[in-house]
Design a binder for this molecule. Structure first.
Ligand code: ZN
Length: 302
């Protein structure tokens, strides 16, 4: 079956300084996809948790700069650290779902995926006392083969997803897909891809993760300014609590490539993030994109 044609769901912003979306994927250092062969969920109990302290540091950074953000949280983490759910909600941030145990969508059958996103949403809503409307797949793992996931999410009450990265990468990505918000059907769920910049016919990541630690900060600032001022679009930026944690225990037995990606420039994340919070305006995903206000047609840009 051919892939459905994406329908753009974004207008152009009038202002040259649109509000961007700041997001955090709340998982611990041993739960990342790059380590999943060495440290599966069955071994997670062997590793000391650091996610609470690291996320609290991020909450303090956001508080210092009066920033509100969206926290895509693993159900597994929420169950272990219910106090962290409270800290996020009490800070005025958006609580959203990152699935239960960081399984990529590409390894799940539709019925397993449905059970996973239903359970995670129920537990987050119960612990947080707020409605959960956003979802982000582990490792941006909604691919051409798993676009059914967007229908399941809509069915389960989610109003937006941020689960696709329109680049070519060894672990994820749909290279030809839109760089900005879209739907796959007029009434379908809103998908807001993580931000990339189109350079020379290719989409280049500039919305966070390992790229934020690898590239000089000046590149991120230049790229996001271009997206805001020339393309008149909000950016979606993401990071993980473990990316500010230089003291995290090292995981043994991983490949050189995984080690490079995970441990590179960890000490640079926090100062760069402080600068990023000063240089741009930020808010929660649900307020920047307002997925519930416009079930059809264009998203109204804040
Ligand atoms: Zn993740």
């Amino acid at each position: 079956m051919p892939a459905p044609e994406p329908i753009p769901a974004h207008g152009q912003f009038g202002s040259d300084a649109p509000v961007n979306a700041m997001t955090v994927d709340v998982e611990d250092y041993f739960q990342v996809s790059a380590f999943e062969e060495q440290v599966g969920p069955g071994r997670w109990k062997d590793y000391p948790l650091r996610v609470r302290a690291n996320t609290d540091r991020l909450l303090q950074l956001f508080s210092d700069s009066e920033t509100k953000a969206t926290f895509f949280m693993l159900g597994w983490v929420a169950e272990k650290e219910p106090g962290l759910v409270n800290d996020i909600v009490a800070g005025g941030h958006e609580l959203a779902s990152h699935g239960w145990s960081h399984r990529r969508v590409t390894t799940q059958r539709p019925d397993e995926f449905r059970a996973d996103v239903r359970r995670t949403r129920a537990v987050l809503e119960d612990l947080g006392g707020v409605q959960v409307s956003g979802y982000r797949a582990a490792s941006y793992s909604v691919s051409l083969d798993t676009l059914w996931a967007l229908e399941v999410l809509a069915d389960e009450g989610y109003r937006y997803s941020s689960s696709i990265c329109p680049i070519r990468h060894d672990h994820y990505g749909i290279p030809g897909f839109p760089r900005f918000a879209f739907r796959l059907a007029a009434n379908g769920i809103l998908e807001v891809p993580v931000t990339t910049l189109a350079i020379g016919g290719r989409n280049v990541p500039c919305g966070g993760g390992g790229w934020f630690r690898l590239a000089p900060y000046a590149f991120t600032r230049w790229a996001l300014r271009r997206i805001n001022r020339v393309e008149r679009q909000p950016a979606v930026f993401y990071l993980h609590p473990w990316e500010i944690d230089t003291g995290q225990p090292r995981v043994d037995g991983i490949s050189g490539r995984a080690r490079f990606r995970h441990y590179l420039n960890l000490g640079r994340t926090e100062p760069r993030l402080r600068q990023l919070l000063t240089d741009f305006r930020w808010d929660r995903m649900d307020r920047v994109f307002q997925p519930g206000e416009h079930e059809t047609g264009e998203v109204r840009c804040a």
